[in-house]
Design a protein around this ligand. Structure first.
Ligand SMILES: C[S@@+](CC[C@H](N)C(=O)[O-])C[C@H]1O[C@@H](n2cnc3c(N)ncnc32)[C@H](O)[C@@H]1O
Length: 211
C-alpha cells in the first residue's frame, strides 16, 4: 500500500505544519494515517471528506490547531470517529496518553488497525457510549470534535474530568449554545478562535471548566 500523499496534499501538509510551528518529521506518520483512512473509507464510510487536500486541512491541520489549549498528559477524545482529533494529537505528543472513544464498531475497528500500523503505544481505543464509560482515573483534558452541543457534551462527558480537568469542544462556527444550559457546576471560560492553515471557514474551541 502506498503511504505517500499526492504532491499537492503533501505540500499543504508540510506548509501547514510549519505554520503551526510543528516539526516536519510529523508529516510521514500523518500522511500514513490519512492513506489508511482513505483506504478504509471505501468500505467503512469513515468520513465524507474524500479529497486528500481537503482531508489534510479539515482533518489533520484542524485537529493540530487545538494543541496550544490541550493539557496533558491524560487526554480523552470523545466521539472520535476515525480518530479526530485524537490520532493527530497523539502523533504530535507521544509523551501524552490518549483514550479514543467511540460507540461505533466500524470506527473502533479502523482505529485499532491504524494504531497498530502506526506503531503508536500512547493510544487506547475504547468502544463504548461515553455515558457508560467510567475509568478509574480522570483525564486532564476531555476533547470532542463535532460530537454534541456544548451542554450535552458536558452532561455526557463531564464525569471523565480529573478534579482540575477541562472539557474542550471543537466547533465549526461560533457556537450559539446557551451557556446557561450547562449542567450545574460547569461554566464556559473561553471560546477560542482557531487558525487552521488554509481554511477560511471559522473554527472555534469552547473551553469548559468546573466552577
Ligand atoms: C460526527 S462524528 C465526529 C467524528 C470525529 N470526532 C470527527 O470530527 O470527524 C460523531 C461521532 O460520535 C460517535 N458517538 C455518538 N454518540 C456517542 C456516544 N454517546 N458515545 C460515544 N460515541 C458517540 C459517533 O459514532 C460518531 O463517530
Amino acid at each position: 500500500m502506498s503511504h505517500a500523499l499526492p504532491p499537492a496534499a503533501n505540500e499543504l501538509l508540510r506548509d501547514g505544519l510549519t505554520a503551526l510551528s510543528l516539526p516536519p518529521g510529523l508529516a510521514p506518520p500523518l500522511a500514513r494515517y490519512l492513506c489508511l483512512m482513505e483506504r478504509w473509507n471505501r468500505a467503512y464510510n469513515l468520513t465524507a471528506v474524500r479529497d486528500f487536500e481537503a482531508m489534510v486541512q479539515r482533518h489533520l491541520l484542524d485537529s493540530l490547531a487545538v494543541l496550544p489549549w490541550v493539557r496533558g498528559p491524560r487526554i480523552a477524545d470523545i466521539g472520535t470517529g476515525p480518530g479526530l482529533p485524537g490520532i493527530p494529537l497523539a502523533l504530535a505528543r507521544p509523551d501524552w496518553q490518549l483514550v479514543l472513544l467511540d460507540s461505533g464498531g466500524k470506527k473502533t475497528r479502523f482505529l485499532r488497525q491504524a494504531v497498530m500500523a502506526l506503531e503508536m503505544d500512547n493510544v487506547v481505543v475504547v468502544q463504548d457510549r461515553v455515558e457508560n464509560y467510567h475509568p478509574d482515573e480522570g483525564f486532564d483534558t476531555v476533547i470532542s470534535r463535532a460530537f454534541a452541543a456544548t451542554a450535552a457534551f458536558t452532561r455526557l462527558a463531564g464525569h471523565l474530568c480529573a478534579p482540575e480537568g477541562q472539557l474542550l469542544a471543537m466547533k465549526g462556527r461560533d457556537t450559539d449554545d446557551d451557556p446557561q444550559a450547562l449542567p450545574t457546576g460547569w461554566r464556559v471560560v473561553a471560546t477560542h478562535s482557531l487558525q487552521v492553515p488554509g481554511l477560511a471557514a471559522a473554527r472555534h474551541l469552547v473551553e469548559i471548566n468546573k466552577d
